[in-house]
Design a protein around this ligand. Structure first.
Ligand SMILES: O=C(O)CCC(=O)C(=O)O
Length: 221
């Protein structure tokens, strides 16, 4: 993921039968740490994490929630090299940035990376993440639809406003995504932003990641 000068981050989009979970760490997550041995990191992924008492309520009202400390920097550091290496191997986008459309400039993207790495499978199928998603959505259990690794490139474009369900062949709105930055993500680097309450908007549902997102959001206000 650490393409030179890039602002890389990965979104694993687990499960589902639920709504949207934003698993941003407090101010991002530093990779300048000694990776945990696989077993310690695996243990963290498979143990429960206590949510703030009002988490489910905030999640329902805003349509997202930012949670700190779900995964430790050591755990992230234990998985990031494998994820980055798989993305380098599996990436099929080789068109120069200047020749791509808006969507193509936004990020490099590989889906279902778990199918290519047992190590990555451990993270994507993390019981800790799945349990958080289930608790926020108020359901017993969740199923995985897909994971997705998104890597920003140097001089790449912004990701225009969009609503993810446009890309999902799913009827239920009981779905959530878990967004996990694999490196520190200060404001200057353009972290993921949600429009609070936009899960109740009807507009924008048919909008792909393109040039119309910003204008459509202004109209919705
Ligand atoms: O990180 C990005 O640039 C976009 C992420 C995104 O759109 C998503 O996770 O749904």
């Amino acid at each position: 993921m650490q393409l030179p000068g890039a602002a890389p981050h990965v979104a694993t989009l687990p499960p589902v039968t639920g709504a949207v979970l934003d698993a941003l760490g407090e101010g991002g997550i530093s990779l300048r740490v000694r990776p945990m041995p696989a077993t310690a990191a695996t243990t963290e992924l498979d143990t429960s994490h206590t949510l703030p008492e009002d988490a489910a309520e905030r999640f329902e009202q805003q349509g997202f929630i930012r949670l700190s400390g779900v995964l430790s920097p050591e755990t992230i550091a234990a998985y990031e090299p494998e994820i980055t290496s798989k993305i380098r191997e599996l990436n099929t986008q080789h068109v120069p940035l200047a020749e791509r459309d808006t969507y193509g400039k936004a990020f490099l993207q590989v889906s279902n990376v778990w199918r290519h790495s047992e190590r990555i499978r451990e993270m994507v199928f993390s019981q800790r993440l799945a349990r958080i998603a289930a608790e926020l959505m108020g359901v017993e259990a969740v199923r995985l639809y897909e994971d997705q690794a998104l890597y920003k490139e140097p001089s790449g474009g912004i990701t225009q406003w969009h609503a993810d369900p446009y890309y999902w062949p799913l009827v239920s709105d009981c779905i959530c995504t878990v967004w996990i930055p694999l490196q520190e993500m200060p404001l200057e680097m353009g972290p993921l932003v949600f429009v609070a309450g936009s899960h109740t908007f009807s507009c924008g549902r048919d909008m792909e990641i393109g040039d119309t997102g910003e204008a459509a959001l202004q109209q919705a206000r």
